[in-house]
Each structure stands twice: as C-alpha cells, then as structure tokens.
Ligand binder design. Structure first.
Ligand SMILES: *[C@@H]1O[C@H](CO)[C@@H](O)[C@H](O)[C@H]1NC(C)=O
Ligand SMILES: *[C@@H]1O[C@H](CO)[C@@H](O)[C@H](O)[C@H]1NC(C)=O
Ligand SMILES: *[C@@H]1O[C@H](CO)[C@@H](O)[C@H](O)[C@H]1NC(C)=O
Length: 413
C-alpha cells in the first residue's frame, strides 16, 4: 500500500473510532493532545492489559568507567553504558495483583535488576504540564533524572543506584499531524498492539551516579563507587500498548567513534493490524546525523535490500526511497553479536504478568555506512554500546523482504 493511502485509511478509521468510543468531548480533546506529546504517560484511562515503558540509556564519556562493577570481564571499551527503564504494567483484570510500576536497570548489559513499586507510587504529568514521570523517589523529565533506587525484599535486584543527571540539547523525533514521530502516519491507527516513540536521539549528560552492591556475599563485595557522567551521552525511547509483538529486531546506538551526536535506531517487527486480523511485517528506523533526521520506514517508502540474521551478526541494507530518487539514502549495517553479554529484559507475558524473557545486549558493535543518492559516503563508522534485541522466530521477517519474495505481497519489507 502506498504511504498516502495508508495515511488516509489510518486517519479515517482513527477519527471514526475515537468519536464512536468517546462520549465526552473533554476526553477526546485530551486523547488528541496526548498523541502529540508521545513522551507523556498515555495510559491514563487504562485499567488492565496495558504496559508503558521509557528506555533511558546513559553512556559515560571515555575517561570514566565503572571498572569491574557488575562487569565480570572488563571489556576493551572504557565507557560505562547503562539502561534505566521506568514503566508500568497493568495485568489481565482491573484488580490484578500483578499490576505494578517498575524500574529495570542494567549496567553494561551484564545482569538485570528489576525493582517493583505499588501503583500508587507512580505519578505523571497531565496534558497541560511539562513532561515528567515519578516512581517512588525516582523522577524522569526533559531536564534529567533523579535516581534513588534500592532493592526491596523479593526484588530481582542487587544494585543500589543514586544520583542526578541533567540532559542538554535533547533531540526528539519531530511529531506533526502527518507523522507521529517514529510511527509516522501509522501512529493514527487505533488499537495498535504496541506503539514506539523516540524521545531523544542524542543528548549530553552532566552529573554523577553512585552505585553499590546490595548483596553481602563473599563473591560480590563492592564498596560504593561514584562515576562521573559529565560529557557522557544519553538516548531515550518508549513503548506502550497491550503486548509486545511476537517477534522483532531492535538496534540502537549513539556511541559512534568518529561521529559524536550521531544516533541510529532500527525496529523491525511483525505487526498485527487490529482492523482486519492481518499480520504485517513493518519497520521504522532512522539515522540522526548533524541534527537532521533521515527516516527509513515502511510508511516513508523505504525498502530492504538485505536482511540476514545469524548468531554472530545481523546484516541490514535499507534504501530510504525509490532507486532514482535524489533524496535517497542507503544505510548498510553489520551488527557484531559475538561474545556480547545479554541480560533478560522483563516484558509482559500473556497480558498477565511481567517476566524476564527478552534477551537484550547493551554492548554489541555496529558498523554503519550511510551513503547518499550519488554514492557519496556520509558516514562510515563503528558504533559501540549498541543495544540489540533479536526476539522470536525472526526468520519470518527475513522471508518477508520484498526482494526475496517470488510473488509480490501487498506489504513486505
Ligand atoms: C493538570 O495538572 C495541573 C496541576 O496539578 C492542574 O492544575 C490542571 O488542572 C491539570 N489539567 C488537566 C487538564 O487535568
Ligand atoms: C538529586 O536531586 C534531588 C531532587 O532535586 C535531591 O533531593 C537530591 O539530594 C539529589 N541527589 C544528589 C545525590 O545530588
Ligand atoms: C494466559 O492467560 C490466561 C488467562 O488470562 C490463562 O488462562 C492462560 O493459561 C495463560 N496462558 C499461559 C501460556 O500462561
């Protein structure tokens, strides 16, 4: 389907469903306003079968590293990379005891720490306030984060982390009527299983974090360490919806060795379309370079030339548009997954509970080559601290690359 038809179809259905399901003009207005503020909590009216999570990534500058903290093999990279993911999960029924707010933390992708909070400790900005969310003592806003995380009894966590970071020059995926950020016009389709947003491709960090181990056994005796995050870089994205897709590939880094400030985001998934019971392969990806957004997405007319997945690497080649279009870009990615540690990210299972079952790396490496229509090389660089998830039977995605298919399907990669 050409992108324009998709826009019209998506918009028409979304407006009709919004109007038919909304008795109250005030709620309709509030819903529409939140569409243009993807950073804010979108689940205000939800009572069950819902999750929303914000993925905050922090990478220290070269001079600072956490040494051996949570890091059994001190790797070649001297940076410390961490993901802090605050979120909320609502279980199968409105009174489910599995509903909770949470914070997930991993340092260098070496082990996972999962902290649970009762729902009443989760608070958030409404549509007329500045964005923030707060879970317990932990606050997340456009200006930065303030952390005071420690394990409670029964938490799958052994890390204490405190400190404040401020963010400078955040760079969100722009949101407009015709393009709801990373989702583009597809974001208008109501009832999507999972919606994605890039809240900042890259920003600079200031501040420091103190970490200590909360366990007292002889193998894991670390005294508190404080690492400066001054001059480090951050990245923020989010997900919300009913469930994760059945399969996906996700890649992210903004730690390019020779291109500080450049950021890469790739998400390819099997997407159930609520209207017709179809399952379609879809993707949204972008390179943020010199403060410019170069989108590569199903809805922007981008096409795969190659998609290969093995246990050693992921290879991807995408063209941003038609072959002889002058505004065309081509991006080649080779993600090296060899000897990269993985943690288990907690994710919703069967709408009923959160369980650790999605393997995620934080220390993969990606070789990226970005070329223009004329073949000019714009970037040829290696990104460290690369987030990578390859989840489910992704061979189905590989089989749905248009160039490989014998008969043309309506929608392919
Ligand atoms: C949003 O919150 C502020 C501060 O609590 C409050 O004054 C305002 O009325 C709220 N706005 C809406 C639309 O609920
Ligand atoms: C972080 O900020 C909070 C709130 O502004 C403050 O109460 C706290 O003392 C700060 N923590 C550190 C370690 O500076
Ligand atoms: C999924 O949840 C339903 C209840 O909502 C339950 O009956 C079913 O056994 C669950 N399936 C799995 C695989 O956990």
């Amino acid at each position: 389907m050409p992108p324009v038809a998709l826009i019209v179809a998506a918009f028409a259905t979304s407006v009709s469903i919004l109007i038919s399901t909304t008795q109250n003009q005030g709620i309709l207005k509030e819903k529409l306003r939140l569409k243009f503020q993807p950073d804010k909590f979108q689940g205000d009216k939800k009572t069950h079968r819902y999750f929303e999570g914000w993925y905050y990534k922090f990478v220290s500058s070269d001079q600072y590293n956490a040494g051996t903290f949570d890091n059994k093999d001190a790797s070649e990279s001297s940076q410390t990379s961490m993901a802090v993911v605050p979120g909320i999960f609502l279980g199968d029924t409105a009174d489910s005891t599995e509903s909770h707010a949470f914070i997930f933390v991993t340092i260098n992708g070496q082990r996972q720490h999962y902290y649970r909070f009762p729902l009443h400790q989760f608070s958030y900005a409404n549509s007329s306030e500045q964005y923030y969310i707060q879970i317990g003592d932990n606050r997340f806003s456009h200006e930065g984060v303030s952390l005071n995380i420690y394990p409670q009894e029964k938490d799958d966590a052994s890390l204490i982390m405190t400190g404040n970071l401020t963010f400078h020059s955040i760079s969100p995926w722009p949101v407009s009527f015709f393009g709801l950020g990373a989702m583009g016009p597809v974001g208008w389709i109501p009832g999507l299983e999972c919606t994605h947003g890039v809240l900042s491709f890259d920003h600079e960090l200031k501040g420091s974090l103190t970490m200590a181990s909360a366990t007292r056994d002889t193998y894991d005796k670390t005294s508190p360490i404080t690492i400066s995050m001054d001059g480090g870089r951050g990245y923020t994205e989010k997900d919300f919806g009913r469930a994760f897709p059945s399969m996906w590939i996700w890649i992210q880094t903004n730690s390019f060795r020779n291109n500080p400030g450049t950021s890469l985001f790739v998400s390819i998934a099997r997407i159930p379309i609520p209207l017709f019971g179809w399952e379609l392969p879809g993707f949204t990806a972008a390179v943020w370079h010199d403060d410019n957004l170069i989108p590569f997405a199903t809805w922007s007319g981008a096409r795969f030339e190659e998609l290969r997945v093995s246990k050693d690497e992921v290879r991807i080649v995408i063209r941003s548009g038609k072959r002889n279009d002058k505004s065309n870009y081509r991006v080649e990615l080779i993600v090296d997954r060899r000897d990269v540690p993985e943690v288990l990210l907690y994710a919703p299972v069967n709408h009923t509970k959160m369980e650790p079952f999605v393997s995620e790396a934080l220390r993969a490496r990606v070789h990226m080559r970005l070329t223009s229509f004329k073949g000019e090389i714009l970037i040829d660089d290696v990104g460290d601290n690369t987030g990578l998830e390859v989840h489910g039977e992704v061979q189905w995605l590989v089989d749905n690359v248009c160039e490989k298919m014998s008969k043309k399907s309506l929608i392919c990669l």
